[in-house]
Design a protein around this ligand. Sequence first.
Ligand code: ATP
Ligand code: MG
Length: 427
Amino acid sequence: MQKLSAVKGMNDILPPDSARWEWLEEVVRSLMQRYAYRAIRTPIVEPTALFVRGLGEVTDIVEKEMYSFEDRLNGEQLTLRPEATAGVVRAAVEHSLLYDGGKRLYYMGPMFRHERPQRGRYRQFHQIGAEALGFPGAEVDAEIILLAHALWAELGLAGVRLELNSLGQPEERKAHRAALIAHFAAHQDLLDEDARRRLHSNPLRILDTKNPAMQAVVDGAPRLIDHLGEASRAHLEQVQAMLDAAGVAWSINPRLVRGMDYYNLTVFEFVTDQLGAQGTICGGGRYDYLVEQMGGKPAPAVGWALGVERVLELLKEQQRAPATVAPHAYAVVPDAAALPTAMACLQRLRGLGIAVQMHAGGAQGLGSMKAQFKKADASGARFALVFGADELQAGMLTVKPLREAGEQVQRPLADLAALAASLQSPR
Ligand code: ATP
Ligand code: MG
């Protein structure tokens, strides 16, 4: 029969790689706990209108990257989420999460964008995100940036730079927009098709172009940061002061605009030079108008999302890896008659916190001792537990060290707590 393969740009995550994923997720959970961010899980499928309204009609994502389909049963227009902020805001509004004050939330999960697959760019990829809803102050911008910064430190990542910008407020953007249109209109011949189309509908988007041929005309464009009023500048300066005091380096990138229309004031990205063209590992900013746009009572918000694949790729690049996950012990069972006793014993040991891999036989039975010890060795286990007939007769089992010097010893089956303690003892 013909083999089936995964959809292009969508990856299987297999062991041992999956251990790196679990490790990253554990580090994130522990960190979120310390910053008092709570988990939220929203559906992977949302009404298409949510993203059109939330992200903006004239954005790369909505124009060409969404997996949209019609619900066969009722004709509803649905989309696999390309990002999670819109869904989180929808959920917050739908469940009145903000009625008694702000909420700090985080999520992890798959996102879907129909992009050209390449290193660090996939069609199903994963994001971890943090969102602080209902807080207007610059201290929360700083908090959420410091949270991401702390994550790089806990993962042992080096060489991640923080770029900051301010997109100001809608009023300030109006003046800049006019200047931007004038600039790009004067250089029509240098614009690509997307940019020409967006010239009047969404000129800010032109700054976000990935087209290297347009870099010069974008670099020469008027800077939004020069059109900011007093309050917007003060907000940015407060964020900067708090980052400075915490010892977190930043630089201003006046071209940083982000890919969705919902941002205002602070925007930021964490970037690295080690991942080629896909150098942004995390991006975010303030989105003070999205809650209202989703039909909620106006509430400010700030958040970020990181790309899990890119972070893991960077960890690999820097040879940072979690300790390998080997079991404490591997169970060797010379004779099938011992299986009931062995299985019962392993069940109890696992209840005591011991990771133990059971030897599983093939079509010819359990196999020779030699073959079983070979498997025990390959498992990475520190000890082999041997359930030999003679020992069992005497109420004992044999513990044999596999990776360190030392004699094998016999332990009583009647005292599994002592056995468990010895299997976990430091080397
Ligand atoms: P890029 O400029 O690289 O296309 P983006 O601005 O579209 O990124 P965001 O929507 O801000 O990305 O998503 C946040 C993070 O998610 C990105 O910084 C990146 O690490 C990751 N990411 C985005 N798109 C993809 C993708 N197709 N494959 C893998 N990771 C992605
Ligand atoms: Mg993109």
